[in-house]
Design a binder for this molecule. Structure first.
Ligand SMILES: [Zn+2]
Ligand SMILES: [Zn+2]
Length: 580
């Protein structure tokens, strides 16, 4: 026994899997002359360490202070064990004994080091569209179950080549990198045009030719397929509108660098930070006049801009210039994630499918954000943010499933003080969207090991989310729509006491069975008083008025005695319908 040496059992909680944490621990242990073992357990990291006390203190301090990029150490628990001698420090086989809810890493954008290698002709991963390391690459979207090891993610379908296997055992940036691959192993790029396929560099070169000459491609991304075309080609964007059956809404645009974004839109410091943040969200910016064709923006004065997050997107944006990059779905349908479905999709407007054979375990749309009063606001919280929990002040005694609403749906699993929000799904009146929602519930409850005791749902008797919540056999709590909106804001911003909540979000089922709209509620944490509201009026189109603010406004304008409403040319139809 080394004199003065102790043995400790260390539990580390937070985002500590899929971010190169175990190799980091080993390096730190070697530097501090600590012997022992490290392993993933469920969603946490466990260390057995033997060393002298001073070295041990330095080691424990550095676990948090020097944690690798992408890791978030929430908590370190230390417990002394009887002295045990180890030979060296090893990374050992994962186990699954921890009962604590794990924190699962979000998908990470390509890092600076990988980007350099991507364009380094002497590197064996030159132009490899799936280059990644311990600090970057897909994570949540490819996890089938925990702990985070190759056999439990969709990379498990690919065998490593000899060189990658060597790097996996011992290298600066890819030791235990579960997404490791190269041009010889792992997923490869394939371009399918009417059933004829080319692969690797040829596939990429052909794809660039198609996009650059005004064609439209489906491109497999992290959480599903994108539809991609040149942002400067009116012909291509028109094809995209026809394919998506989308007349007016603007499309998101991907630029190869922040400098290119600044040429097309005004970018404040906060917006810049948001664009460059690891989630790489689409950020709504005020447009400048630029080379992007007007067809992209339709009637909007804003540019939904974002930066590439995969090596493939970076390569495409570098080779083709600014591209329109939108989720591959027909209006109202969920984003397409399976190759079979995308390859069998027939449209005269689509010129090919650029894909790879790595399965997507969880579909994720791109996230959308904007900056209001210098603060980032999320409009759609999905890729890059999910499944990071939002930590709230209250602690749930029993886990809760909150089903959310039917429009622009998402749900939440509350375990302890952590609120795990699902990705964005779309509107649940679409059967295919409802299926994705239900599958995501199964996937997330299983992944996090959360077994809800209560289901919270909207009071609306016809909501699909409410029906699903009631079908689970849990104790059901029904919550008024607008109170749920305000309570969510209170939870997210840790507000307590009585607050005045204002909810103007279209329509929601009220306590009195009427459809409520503009609500002023005085809210506590579990109850509310309806202090004021817009007067009841006749509403055309039922729940459709919730989707169409102009229709809703026209009904109110009619009730207020206005004879015409210039912004909405359907005013006379509304008037006739109400008077009938
Ligand atoms: Zn990297
Ligand atoms: Zn390889």
């Amino acid at each position: 026994m080394i004199s003065g040496a102790i043995t400790l059992l260390i539990h580390i909680y937070g985002v500590v899997q899929g971010v190169g944490f175990r190799p980091f621990v080993k390096k730190l242990a070697d530097e501090n002359k600590i012997s022992g073992e490290v392993k993933n357990d469920g969603g946490i990291v466990i260390i057995y360490a033997t060393a002298k006390e001073k070295a041990m203190n330095n080691f424990i301090h550095s676990l948090k202070a020097l944690a690798p990029y992408g890791a978030v150490v929430d908590q370190i628990e230390v417990q002394q064990l009887p002295y045990k001698a180890y030979i060296g420090f090893k990374i050992i086989e994962s186990t699954y004994t921890s009962s604590k809810t794990p924190v699962i890493p979000t998908d990470l954008p390509i890092c600076e080091s990988c980007l350099k290698e991507l364009y380094d002709k002497s590197n064996r991963r030159y132009m490899h569209p799936f280059i990644s390391c311990v600090a970057c690459g897909p994570r949540y979207s490819i996890i089938k179950s925990l702990p985070y090891d190759r056999c439990r993610i969709t990379m498990g379908d690919f065998e490593m080549c000899e060189k990658c296997a060597e790097e996996y055992e011992s290298s600066e940036r890819r030791t235990f990198a579960q997404t490791i691959s190269c041009t010889e192993c792992g997923p490869q790029l394939i371009l399918n045009i009417n059933g004829t396929e080319t692969s690797k560099q040829t596939a990429f070169d052909n794809a660039v030719k198609i996009i650059s000459s005004g064609g439209l491609l489906a491109v497999k991304a992290i959480g599903g397929y994108n539809l991609v075309c040149s942002a400067c080609s009116q012909k291509a964007v028109r094809k995209l509108r026809l394919l998506k059956k989308r007349d007016k809404k603007p499309f998101a645009v991907m630029f190869n660098s922040i400098d290119e974004i600044a040429k097309a839109a005004y970018v404040s410091n906060v917006e810049r930070q948001l664009l460059l943040s690891p989630a790489r969200p689409i950020v709504l910016l005020k447009s400048k006049s630029s080379g992007i064709c007007g067809e992209v923006f339709a009637e909007s004065g804003r540019t939904g801009a974002f930066l590439p997050y995969t090596p493939l997107h970076q390569m495409l944006a570098d080779a083709c210039g600014t591209i329109v990059c939108t989720s591959a779905n027909i209006s109202g349908e969920p984003i397409i994630k399976d190759d079979e479905k995308m390859l069998s999709f027939v449209s005269e407007h689509l010129d090919g499918v650029l894909y790879n054979k790595r399965e997507i375990a969880a579909s994720l749309d791109d996230s959308v954000a904007c900056v209001i009063a210098d603060k980032p606001q999320l409009i759609r919280r999905s890729r890059g943010y999910v499944p990071s929990p939002i930590i709230i002040n209250a602690v749930a005694a029993e886990p809760i499933f909150a089903a959310g609403g039917d429009l622009k749906s998402s749900f939440c699993l509350l375990s302890g003080g952590s609120a795990y929000l699902s990705q964005y799904f779309g509107d649940l009146d679409n059967q295919a969207v409802a299926e994705v929602y239900e599958n995501a519930y199964k996937h997330m409850t299983q992944l996090f090991g959360i077994k809800p005791k209560f289901a919270a749902c909207d009071m609306h008797p016809l909501y699909n989310s409410s029906r699903f919540a009631k079908s689970l056999g849990l104790e059901v709590v029904q919550i008024q729509h607008h109170f749920a909106h305000i309570a969510s804001v209170m939870a997210e911003h840790k507000l307590s006491g009585n607050i005045i909540g204002v909810a103007f979000d279209g329509t929601g089922y009220g306590d009195d069975g009427a459809v409520w709209g503009g609500e002023f509620l005085i809210c506590g944490s579990s109850s509310y008083v309806r202090a004021a509201h817009l007067e009841y009026t006749q509403m055309c189109g039922g729940d459709n008025a919730a989707k169409n603010a102009l229709l809703c406004a026209a009904c109110y304008m009619y009730a207020a005695g206005r004879q015409s409403f210039d912004e909405f040319n359907g005013y006379h139809t509304v008037k006739a319908a109400i008077e009938k």
